[in-house]
Structures are given as structure tokens and as C-alpha cells.
Write a protein that binds this ligand. Structure first.
Ligand code: PXP
Length: 253
């Protein structure tokens, strides 16, 4: 069965909009695990636009499933990973101006450097996953670096405008998964997956974990809205929120 890594970056995006302390991605990770998340993923970006160093440090201590640290393959990030020791790292390309990761890394652009990055991290017992497009040359290069994992970029599949191109993108993901498995790597996938498009990708034989963020955080904002507003109405009337929660707990017993 394909497992689910929940990316909680956008909980931090909401917090950073006000540079306050809520909502805390650490609390979100805890609740995601209660909901059945098999892993927690955070992307520590160079510009620290959402997840902060403090979040990763605390998550390392509190996550009970596994912590996947997404990061660019830079000296700064490698140092942080070696210190914090996540369960694995996913190495992604990063551009300052992008809204989100725009595509897979081009491993052919500097293969020697990428080999040395894998060596540094995996020598410290931190498995490496390369976030790449489902292209034969990229998958071959990932195997040459000795990385234990790849994460196939599902963005093109998610953005396909019609059934024919969606099917074609799905076929690329199926072929890519097969190639990577034959080369001895484990395969994850993610980016742009939603409640509506996830199932065909989850059915690809050989994919271990799906990393999904935006659609889950979006839905959690909406499904929690009714309760959040009714609790605020009670708080306005002088009902302390901690007391309300205690009462609910007692009722549940
Ligand atoms: N995998 C990688 C490598 C990513 O960069 C992201 C986005 O941070 C995701 C998965 C999750 O993508 P989404 O938020 O679209 O589900």
C-alpha cells in the first residue's frame, strides 16, 4: 500500500503571513499523524518563507512517524541536515522567485557535485531522495549518485489539460518507476496531487510514498472553519477555549 507523507509547509505559510506563533506546524504534524500520516515533510527554503529552523529542530524531536526534510543541495542545507539528522532528505531545485518548486532537479547539470552531496549525507546515515522528472536520463543519473530514493515529479501529470496528455504523463511515471526500481532505487512521488487526481498515481506499482501538501492544508482550512467560528462565538461570550476543549473531552469519556 502506498504511504502518505504530509507536507505541512503551508501551515507555516499562514503563520509567517503575520510573523506570529500560530498556527504552529509542530501541532499540525501531531494532528496529521493522528489522522494517519505515515510521514511528515517540510521544505526548509533558503529564504525561510514558511518553515523556520526552529520548526525542523522541534519536529525532529516530536515526529513519531518519519521526518522528510526537503531542501536545496547547498552547503548551508547539508550542514543543517547533518546536524538535525532527518529520517531522509529530498533534494529539490530552488529558485528565489518561484511560488513553489517548479520542476525536478537537472542532475546532469553537475553530476560530480551531486554525487558528493549524496556521499556526505548517506555516509552520515541520512538516505537521499532526488526530486526529478520521470526522464530516463535523470533516473539513470540519480542511480549514478548512489541515492537510495527518487521522488518523481507529478506536476506535469497534475497540470495536464486533457485525458490524453494526463494518460501520457501517467505512463511516463509508470515507466520511470519501473526503471528506477530496476536500478535498485526506491520511488516516491509528489507535487500537485489532489483528492481528485491522486488515485491513478497511488495505483502505480512500485511507488512507496506520496508527498502531498497544498490540497490537504487547503481542505483542512475549510473542514475546520465551522468549528473554528463557533468556538470564537463562544470565546466572545466569555467561554474560555481551553475550558471548552476540556468539556468536550469529558463528554467523550
Ligand atoms: N514534493 C516536493 C519535492 C515538493 O517540493 C512539494 C511542494 O513543496 C511537494 C511534494 C508537495 O506538493 P503539493 O504541495 O503540491 O502537494
Amino acid at each position: 500500500m502506498t504511504t502518505l507523507g504530509v507536507n505541512i509547509d503551508h501551515v507555516a505559510t499562514i503563520r509567517q503571513a503575520r510573523k506570529t506563533v500560530e498556527p504552529d506546524p509542530v501541532a499540525a504534524a501531531f494532528l496529521a499523524e493522528l489522522g494517519g500520516a505515515d510521514g511528515i515533510t517540510v521544505h526548509l527554503r533558503e529564504d525561510r518563507r514558511h518553515i523556520q529552523d526552529r520548526d525542523v529542530e522541534i519536529l525532529r524531536q516530536t515526529v513519531r512517524t518519519h521526518l522528510n526534510l526537503e531542501m536545496a543541495p547547498t552547503e548551508e542545507m547539508i550542514e543543517i541536515a547533518l546536524r538535525i539528522k532527518p529520517d531522509y532528505v529530498t533534494l529539490v531545485p530552488e529558485k528565489r522567485q518561484e511560488i513553489t518548486t517548479e520542476g525536478g532537479l537537472n542532475l546532469l547539470s553537475d553530476l560530480d557535485y551531486f554525487c558528493s552531496v549524496v556521499d556526505k549525507l548517506q555516509s552520515a546515515s541520512i538516505p537521499v531522495s532526488w526530486f526529478i522528472d520521470a526522464q530516463e536520463s535523470q533516473i539513470k543519473a540519480a542511480a549514478q549518485t548512489n541515492a537510495l530514493f527518487i521522488e518523481l515529479h507529478t506536476g506535469q501529470y497534475a497540470e495536464a489539460h486533457d485525458a490524453t496528455s494526463r494518460k501520457q504523463e501517467l505512463d511516463f511515471l509508470i515507466q520511470g518507476t519501473q526503471q528506477a526500481r530496476e536500478l535498485g532505487m526506491s520511488v516516491n512521488a509528489g507535487h500537485g496531487l489532489t483528492y481528485w487526481n491522486v488515485h491513478p498515481v497511488a495505483c502505480i506499482s512500485g511507488i512507496e510514498e506520496l508527498n502531498i501538501g497544498h490540497t490537504i492544508i487547503s481542505r483542512s482550512v475549510l473542514v475546520g472553519m465551522e468549528r473554528a467560528v463557533s468556538e470564537m462565538k463562544l470565546a466572545i461570550q466569555g467561554n474560555n477555549i481551553s475550558k471548552q476543549l476540556k468539556n468536550q473531552e469529558n463528554k467523550g469519556r
